[in-house]
Design a protein around this ligand. Sequence first.
Ligand SMILES: Cc1cc2nc3c(=O)[nH]c(=O)nc-3n(C[C@H](O)[C@H](O)[C@H](O)COP(=O)(O)OP(=O)(O)OC[C@H]3O[C@@H](n4cnc5c(N)ncnc54)[C@H](O)[C@@H]3O)c2cc1C
Length: 405
Amino acid sequence: MTESKQPVPLHVIIAGAGMGGLTLAIALLQKGFDVDVYEQSPELREVGAGLWISANGDRVLERLGLRGAVDAINLPPQDRVVRFWRTGEQRSVYFRDEDVSKADHTLIQVLRAELQRVLYEAVIKLKPEAVHFGVRSTGARTVDGRAQLILEDGSVVEGDVVVGCDGAHSCVRQALFGPAPARYTGANAWRGLAPMDKLKPQHRTPLASTWIGPTAHVTTYPVQRNGEEFVSFSAQVDSPTWQTESWSEPGELSEALKDFEGWHQDILDLFINSENLFRWGLFVRDPLDQWSEGRVTLVGDACHSMTPYLGMGVNLTMEDAYVLSRCLEQWPNDVEDALRRYDVARIERANRTKAKSLEMLSVFHSPALTSRETAWPYIEQQWSPQAVRERYDWLLAYDATTAEI
Ligand SMILES: Cc1cc2nc3c(=O)[nH]c(=O)nc-3n(C[C@H](O)[C@H](O)[C@H](O)COP(=O)(O)OP(=O)(O)OC[C@H]3O[C@@H](n4cnc5c(N)ncnc54)[C@H](O)[C@@H]3O)c2cc1C
């Protein structure tokens, strides 16, 4: 009698345990693949910042069975508004108004570190020893039909596929496609996290706000960690000089207050009361027209780092991860073909989002916003129902769990 053998599952090596690496690991483990993730940090690091997850990212979380865990860390907004920088006067941008848009504009507001913890816990539930901390990779390649991730100590881990989820400065991208020079966008970014109990009562209203002014804008929203509430804020300000491209560069309060001179006190209070302040330069890289080479591919910021103006970086990263898992599931016997199909399914959408996100800088920062008289007609025009539909609906309607591959 012949014994029927189970096929050996593909072994996928992932560089980076950020949002993309962990989402991909869950999707693949759930589909029966073997996965190992190599992360440079010695442990999960607290990066004090909030994240907006929109409907397109949420569909992936839902499919991965993380709805309950994400609800537990979410602090949902009542409304999404744009606000005039000097006075704080606001206009709703039709969040959940079905007459304006058929797309789901729901936002999930979480602390980045909390989301990373939820994703990490889901990974180790499926494979307890899947994530290897304190292991920096330096590149990747395909050798004799096997994928190799090269580690800093010169050793190599080998698998059927290597995926670079190693962020904007990706070593895997560099190994595949060479250096990708970063161009300064003309804006610096600030971010911080202000404990709610240090702020005036008006900050408690759960609004997703974008405050806009002639040369800067600030996105603010409440987030929570174990019941403790904060206002997460991230600000972008035009500046002829730039800082390092790293989200963890500390910034000086006095410089922030200079950048936001004349702004409403509610904004200044966020900077003044923040438990940390970071400042960095916003850079962009040319879009890639190929993400995969041989048995090695890329996910997330590694292949499409973008400006934060549409709040889509993490959402697109989750979409990538799920679509890649589907391609590998559908074509496990021809990995290189599966990766080519992944490229076809994803690159156009990611590059379009990247370009549209950059365009938003000139919408958020406009001379029309200098005075109240010119600001309101501008806001009415730029956030009209039609403008909101055109800007967001195509992004929000995408479903990575069913999109054509
Ligand atoms: C302040 C701020 C606010 C943001 N807000 C939003 C938002 O509201 N909505 C949204 O959609 N997006 C947002 N983004 C963008 C979003 O955070 C990124 O697009 C997303 O995290 C990309 O995921 P990733 O897995 O590609 O990279 P990351 O999450 O950056 O993860 C990369 C991982 O790789 C590791 N790594 C790097 N190099 C190596 C190496 N050589 N070897 C091993 N490991 C390595 C890193 O330590 C890290 O853990 C925001 C970004 C910032 C900075």
